[in-house]
Ligand binder design. Structure first.
Ligand code: ZN
Length: 476
């Protein structure tokens, strides 16, 4: 949706539909763009954007879904033109269809995007479109052509975008430069077309079915019709015209190779997991709903959604029975093997949960979702020190993940490590850009660690960091 605010004029306008454009040698803008807004500045803007989304948007705190999405985006990016692959992938807990890209390598995806894609290829068509917004530096190019070329006003704009996003209210930013809105929307179509072209090529080079993009557009058009006057955000910023659909389908028709990857088992399980998450029924009715669905159409997705519904309903024995059936078909699948440990954990069979998750960690050492499950199991067994150790290990490579800091703080509180608890809470608030609360937590930690010189030293560094950032923010 962020692209809605982009303003660009006159440059790079290629009216050719992408079916005609086999050769994508658009002029290289790199240096000209970087002179106006550097990659470092984009990172800073992205950081500000991320903080606001973390602070205000409902997030899907599900490490299994997070891991799947991150791996998919990284894999797609390998055949994209994105140079900086230091992404921040944010999963928004909304069942409406939306995805967005923001400067500094931010890609956001609503849970609803998965629900509205029939397969991994269709999901990838939207993700590669978002990757193209990043690789083509649409944000910087908007600044280049706009009047507000300074960082401070860009920050204000990024805030407005974040607000519109998290309030799920596309008109929220209108309180700003409302007069420009329509013009911006029109200009943005140029970028959208460019993102379609680059995204389409990315999709094919990543080995996916070329028809997937056109099919995803058709799905979106259907959703738009059903929604009437109240279409989801993504359709407002990405209107699906009949020419957009036919361009994509024609482009696919002209691709010489047929076939291409359509789906993966993991996509089916992830979609099933989200189906169970978003079913708006009480647990018992949800069980009946998915039971019927599975009888009528026993796909992997429906079977797995049924298992998750059984778990949420406390029907653990039945959930396990069903899961074993799927596991005989896919014995090595990590998602299923992790789900088994989760069921044991929910059923408070901690030893079994532990054994099961160790099996996964033996096959995939350091695996992110499996490590979190392991830490949850240990924490439930009151083995807080070991649980803490596992999270610290994860934080070495993922110290920008607020959810991990929150988990760590909860475990520390349970283990009566109150200094650690305040420190982790402080880190959590830092990531949300809530510097006052971060400072407050660090000061509480300092007050409790008076007799440990080393700890005080560390905390003083944190306090200094938070104070400096607060100063910078007020200075802007
Ligand atoms: Zn777009």
């Amino acid at each position: 949706m962020f692209i809605r605010l982009l303003v660009i004029a006159g440059m790079l306008i290629s009216q050719a539909t992408f079916s005609q454009e086999k050769d994508l040698n658009l002029p290289d803008l790199g240096d000209r763009v970087s002179g106006v807004i550097s990659l470092e500045q984009e990172k800073l803007l992205g950081q500000s954007f991320i903080e606001q989304v973390y602070a205000q948007a409902p997030l899907i705190n599900d490490p299994i879904i997070q891991e799947y999405t991150e791996l998919l985006i990284y894999r797609l990016s390998e055949s994209s033109q994105v140079e900086d692959r230091d992404f921040t992938i944010i999963l928004i807990d909304e069942k409406s269809l939306n995805a967005f890209a923001a400067p500094g390598g931010v890609i956001g995806v609503n849970g609803g995007l998965f629900l509205n894609a029939d397969n991994e290829a269709q999901l990838s068509s939207v993700l590669s479109h978002e990757l193209a917004h990043l690789s083509q530096r649409h944000f910087a190019r908007r600044v280049l052509r706009g009047r507000d070329t300074n960082l401070a006003s860009s920050l204000v704009m990024v805030s407005a975008i974040a607000l519109a996003l998290v309030s799920n209210n596309p008109t929220a930013f209108m309180t700003g430069p409302a007069a420009l809105a329509q013009q911006q929307l029109r200009y943005s179509r140029i970028f959208e077309r460019e993102a379609d072209r680059y995204g389409f090529n990315n999709l094919i080079t990543a080995g996916y079915d070329p028809h997937a993009m056109g099919q995803m557009f058709e799905n979106m058009a259907k959703i738009g019709k059903l929604a009437g006057d109240n279409p989801p955000e993504f359709l407002l910023t990405h209107p699906v015209s009949s020419s957009r659909v036919s361009d994509a389908l024609n482009a696919a028709g002209q691709i010489e190779f047929s076939g291409g990857k359509k789906n993966t088992i993991n996509f089916e399980f992830i979609k099933g997991r989200l189906q169970a998450r978003y079913v708006s029924l009480p647990p018992q009715s949800a069980v009946r709903y998915f039971e019927k669905l599975t009888q009528d159409n026993p796909t992997n997705e429906n079977q797995y959604a049924y298992i998750e519904a059984l778990k949420s309903n406390g029907s653990f024995a039945q959930a396990l029975l069903r899961l074993e059936e799927l596991l005989t078909k896919y014995p090595k699948n990590l998602i299923l093997n992790m789900a088994k440990s989760e069921i044991y954990l929910a059923d408070q069979k901690f030893d079994k949960a532990n054994q099961q998750i160790d099996k996964v960690l033996n096959i995939s050492p350091g695996n992110y979702p499996a490590s979190i499950i392991k830490s949850n199991v240990l924490s439930a067994q009151q083995k807080t020190i070991q649980a803490e150790e596992i999270l610290r290990e994860l934080l070495i490579s993922k110290n920008n993940d607020p959810h991990l800091w929150m988990l760590l703080s909860e475990i520390q509180r349970a283990g009566k490590n109150i200094v650690g608890y305040h420190l982790s809470q402080g880190e959590y608030y830092l990531l949300l850009g809530d510097l006052e609360n971060a400072l407050n937590q660090f000061q509480l930690a300092l007050g409790l660690s008076a007799n440990s010189f080393q700890t005080s030293e560390l905390i003083m560094t944190k306090i200094k960091f938070a104070q400096d950032r607060l100063g910078q923010k007020r200075g802007l």
